[in-house]
Structure formats: structure tokens, C-alpha cells
Ligand binder design. Structure first.
Ligand code: HEM
Length: 204
């Protein structure tokens, strides 16, 4: 198939995602003149863009196995860049949290419990490790087995973090059950694809 130059790929795709995220969050903060609602909006919006980008990377391989086609193959070919887009989105999430802390410390104290720094910090550690080892040099430095181990663990730490951060908000709003359901559906998709691959590899 001829490569369509109008469809972004690779690093260009990442820079497009990063620019859109920076414009979105910056616009939200500036539109409210640095007010608490604009900063909170940027925190919530980046949590959602992070989830969308993470899910694209998380499900890419399963999607191409279950439904091979131009779109799913493009998704898989760019999985690394969607993963880096997710890391960038969460960097902006952290930046907006920092602004909340600096500009609106009372609201920050109401919204963030000390234990969030532990659970969130662990997730951020894995996000940073996965992003830093996303390139061929990272695979070479760790060795393929350790790289695979780190990325498998990291992906599940992040998946659990999203289930937890959305799930704990369900008592306040039932709408948070939607992202949790999507996360479980993405997990089911991966299990289904893995089962089908095993069947193809070992026909009866
Ligand atoms: C130290 C680390 C973190 C801190 C201090 C933090 C702080 C916050 C705060 C204050 C909000 C609420 C904003 C508001 O209600 O106005 C929020 C929302 C959220 N955060 Fe984080 N966060 C951290 C890490 C994470 C991580 C690692 C994840 C997931 C991987 C995550 C996912 C979410 C989600 C899903 C929401 C809800 C977004 C929505 O309302 O749709 N956060 N975070």
C-alpha cells in the first residue's frame, strides 16, 4: 500500500500530539486568567487525553491481530509515538498540578491527599522509565528480556492507576464508570487477541 503523506507518522505524529496538548492545556489556563477552574480543567482534560493515548498504545497489537487493516496497522506502526504522546500528556498533567499547588494551595490541599504522592509517584516513575527506554538505544541498554519485563510491568502499573484514579471518583459521579468500563474492555480485547494467536499457533 502506498504511504499517504497526509497521515502523520513517527516523530511528526508525536510533535503534533504534543503541540495539540500544550495548546489545549495552555488555552484552558490562560482563558481563565490562571484561575482555579482553568487549572483544574487542564488537570482533568490531560487525565482524559492521557487515557485515550494510553489505550491506543495498549490495544494496538490486539486490534491489528483481531482486525488487520490499514488503520490498525498504522496504529501499531505508531504505537511507540502514541505511548510517548501519553507520557507527554501526563507531563502536562503534572505541570498543571504544579500550577494548582503554586497558585491555589488551598484547593490543592483539598484535592490532593498525601497518599496520592506515593501511588501517583509510582505511576509517574514507570511512565518516565517507559518513555526513557522507548527507543532502540533503551532496548540495547537494558537487553531485550529486561526491556520486555520493564515494559510489561509498567503497562500494568499504568492500567491499574487509571482504573484506580477513575474508580475512586465513581461515588462522586457515576460517569467515571465509563472510563473504567473502557479499560476493562481494552483488557478483554488483549486477552481475546492473545487466545486467538495461541489457537492459530497450535491448531487442533
Ligand atoms: C502525584 C501524582 C498526581 C497528582 C498529585 C494528581 C492530582 C490530580 C488532581 C488534583 C486531580 C483532580 C482535578 C480536579 O478535580 O479538578 C486529578 C485528576 C485525575 N487524575 Fe491525577 N494526579 C496524579 C497522578 C495521576 C496518575 C498517575 C494518573 C493515572 C495514570 C492520574 C489520573 C487522573 C484522573 C483519571 C483524574 C480524573 C480526571 C477527570 O475528572 O476526568 N493522575 N489528578
Amino acid at each position: 500500500m502506498r504511504e499517504d503523506r497526509a497521515i502523520p507518522n513517527g516523530a511528526a505524529l508525536f510533535f503534533l500530539i504534543a503541540a495539540a496538548l500544550a495548546a489545549m492545556a495552555g488555552g484552558m489556563v490562560l482563558a481563565d486568567g490562571g484561575g482555579v477552574e482553568g487549572v483544574r480543567l487542564a488537570i482533568r482534560a490531560t487525565a482524559r487525553t492521557s487515557l485515550a493515548l494510553f489505550l491506543l498504545a495498549f490495544a494496538a497489537s490486539a486490534l491489528v491481530r483481531l482486525s488487520p487493516g490499514a488503520v490498525t496497522r498504522w496504529l501499531l506502526a505508531n504505537r511507540r509515538w502514541f505511548g510517548l504522546g501519553f507520557a507527554f500528556s501526563h507531563l502536562v498533567h503534572a505541570g498543571a498540578i504544579f500550577l494548582l499547588h503554586r497558585w491555589h494551595p488551598d484547593t490543592f490541599a483539598l484535592l490532593v491527599q498525601p497518599k496520592t504522592f506515593v501511588t501517583g509517584g509510582i505511576a509517574y516513575l514507570f511512565i518516565a522509565l517507559l518513555a526513557a527506554t522507548s527507543f532502540d538505544r533503551g532496548v540495547a541498554a537494558l537487553g531485550p528480556r529486561n526491556w520486555k519485563r520493564l515494559h510489561s510491568i509498567g503497562i500494568w502499573v499504568i492500567w491499574i492507576s487509571f482504573v484506580f484514579t477513575n474508580g475512586k471518583r465513581i461515588p462522586a459521579s457515576a460517569a467515571y464508570a465509563i472510563p473504567v468500563a473502557i479499560l476493562i474492555a481494552a483488557l478483554a480485547l488483549r486477552l481475546w487477541a492473545a487466545r486467538r494467536s495461541r489457537r492459530v499457533a497450535a491448531p487442533a
